[in-house]
Design a protein around this ligand. Structure first.
Ligand SMILES: *Cc1c(COP(=O)(O)O)cnc(C)c1O
Length: 336
């Protein structure tokens, strides 16, 4: 294997092996097996190809400085995946099968995990209706897959604030829709919105809620946070917001490590424009400071366009736990 860990970005580098399990409609998941990373064979009538019956997860394995391999709260990904399966009429993958699949793929591909500061091994579980069906109904057979790819650090030269555009043209998710689960069908529609923002020089879009067009929902595929003095606010989980593992961890760290007041509630765009610091969170983005938001044709700056002190402290505390560089009083980190 000739892999230059120093050159990694967030892109696919295929690894040795992947995990695959199957389940019939009405049946139960049986433990699957590792096999070489390879293409899949699917019927043209596979439910996932025709009707989008599928979802994904995303988590990372880190290489600690002492050589241990660490996962961050994988049981939360397992639980979110089960919720998503129920929403999409797929049989939920049991937690023990999910966790052992992740464990096995990571151990088999451990030589692809970058050293502590060069990135992580991104883990991508998928569940989809692989069986053929013509009518709009659940597939007769389902597949659970886990593949991995080494990825670089999101911020190569340290934390850099991003510039965002509030989109007036698109909503991400509707009340009572599927925004709260990682349904594959939620993501292709966002590509056009992100593409428009990038053409105008912004890193991503900020989505407002579909009912009133007033309250902030998410930033692309990351959760949104605003700091007002000693209060950290994030939109409440109302069904259209994805319950991020990073989001939940930031809320706990902010309250328990930093003594901030944390509030999960509606945040209007107008309120957010008056915040002291803004950032967004996710497994890929970790914690990304927001330096500027463009709304109705006007640019608004935060923390003078620099990284806010609270944002930096939360980033450092979170990544130190994830990478095994700090004591994990929460019991979040799991050894592989
Ligand atoms: C995955 C995802 C997130 C972040 O979730 P994490 O568990 O923190 O990675 C936020 N928003 C959307 C829409 C997502 O798909």
């Amino acid at each position: 294997m000739s892999l230059d860990f120093g050159e990694l970005t967030f892109s696919l580098t295929q690894t040795r092996s992947m995990y695959r399990a199957r389940c019939e409609l009405g049946g139960e998941w049986q433990p699957g097996e590792l096999q070489p990373f390879q293409n899949l064979e699917l019927s043209p009538a596979a439910c996932v190809l025709n009707y989008g019956q599928g979802l994904f997860e995303g988590l990372k394995a880190y290489r600690a400085n002492d050589g241990r391999i660490l996962l961050f709260r994988p049981a939360m990904n397992a639980a979110r995946l089960r919720n998503g399966c129920r929403r999409l009429s797929m049989p939920p993958v049991p937690e023990d099968i999910f966790l052992s699949a992740v464990h096995d793929v990571v151990s088999e591909n451990a030589d692809f995990i970058p050293p502590n500061n060069d990135g992580a091994l991104y883990i991508r579980p998928l569940v989809f209706g692989s069986g053929a069906i013509l009518g709009v109904a659940p597939a007769p057979e389902f597949t659970f897959l886990v593949f991995t790819s080494p990825v670089g650090p999101y911020f190569k030269g340290g934390l850099t604030p991003i510039r965002l555009l509030v989109t007036q043209d698109f909503h991400r998710a509707a009340p009572k829709g599927t925004g709260g689960v990682k349904a594959i069908g939620n993501y292709a529609p966002g590509m056009l919105a992100s593409g428009h923002a990038k053409l105008k020089g912004y890193a991503e879009v900020v989505y407002l809620d579909a009912a009133e067009d007033r309250y902030i929902e998410e930033v692309g595929a990351a959760n949104f946070f605003a700091l007002f003095g000693d209060t950290l606010v994030t939109p409440a989980l109302n069904g259209s917001i994805l319950p991020g593992v990073t989001r939940d961890s930031v809320l706990q760290l902010a309250a328990e490590r930093f003594g901030l007041q944390v509030k999960e509630r509606d945040v209007s765009i107008n309120e957010a424009l008056g915040a002291d610091e803004l950032f967004c969170s996710g497994t890929a983005a970790v914690i990304s400071p927001i330096g500027c938001i463009s709304h109705e044709g006007e640019d608004h700056q935060f923390s003078g366009g620099e990284v806010g002190p609270r944002t930096r402290a939360l980033y450092e505390a979170l990544t130190a736990i994830q990478h095994g560089d700090a004591i994990d009083e929460f019991g979040w980190v799991v050894d592989v």
